[in-house]
Design a protein around this ligand. Sequence first.
Ligand SMILES: Nc1ncnc2c1ncn2[C@@H]1O[C@H](COP(=O)(O)OP(=O)(O)OP(=O)(O)O)[C@@H](O)[C@H]1O
Ligand SMILES: [Mg+2]
Length: 263
Amino acid sequence: MNGDLIVKDLHVSVEGKEILKGLSLEVKKGEIHALMGPNGSGKSTFANTLMGHPKYEVTSGDILWKGESILEKETDERARLGLFMAFQYPVAIPGLTFGSFLRAALNARLAPADPHANGKVPTKKGMPPKEFRELLRKQMKMLKVDDSFATRYLNDGFSGGEKKRAEILQMAVLKPEIAIMDETDSGLDIDALKVVSEGVNALAGPHLGILVITHYNRILNYITPSRVHVMIDGRIVTSGGPELALELESRGYDWVREEVSSR
Ligand SMILES: Nc1ncnc2c1ncn2[C@@H]1O[C@H](COP(=O)(O)OP(=O)(O)OP(=O)(O)O)[C@@H](O)[C@H]1O
Ligand SMILES: [Mg+2]
């Protein structure tokens, strides 16, 4: 229970339209799960709901983390509890360097939840700048990102591949307990895919649960999932081992749809 993410019969609406229609899933620390499914099936909706995006309204069901419901918690609080999300489309913030962004995010993550902060990030001193710079340098080296990264503005003018590496770098620095990666592999060339996968593998271990949302089997050649789930029309309709991803790649989704409709 401790360290498990448990999603129970989750129903979610966006602007009054039901998108998730009874999604159930469990991810334990130390496990890697892959979530696949056709465009529009609700994968990103699920990821956004996990992080507490205000546009996504949970109408029934629950999300438990370490045995407690997180539905009432704001996004920053979820991040402090160890949840992390790499977005399908990361935003650019001109004027904020990647280094200062990371340091602020890390200090927010390290700050203990303050019951009097009223949802605001507590103003405690975090990691000393020197220690932070050393941590950052070490992680940048591991991910083979250029040192200049830290002084560039967040995602501003980053190439597609650089954005994805930046997300993995965030993950390396923030050390989450559950990481959700929404199409971190899309738009990566083969070398970048390897670097990103190696980064993920270096971070994987008994302290981290990973949910990889992807359309392609190729990232799963580098990151081996313990389970593969298929989402269609807002629910997980079938799950299996890594071989399921291969089958989907060769046969598409129609056979899954047929199986579901004949149940
Ligand atoms: N913020 C939003 N406003 C309006 N509709 C939304 C919003 N977010 C999701 N939807 C709708 O919910 C449905 C599921 O979208 P979602 O992005 O979750 O699919 P997906 O499985 O991630 O697809 P893809 O594989 O293309 O990334 C779509 O019909 C989409 O238009
Ligand atoms: Mg998506």
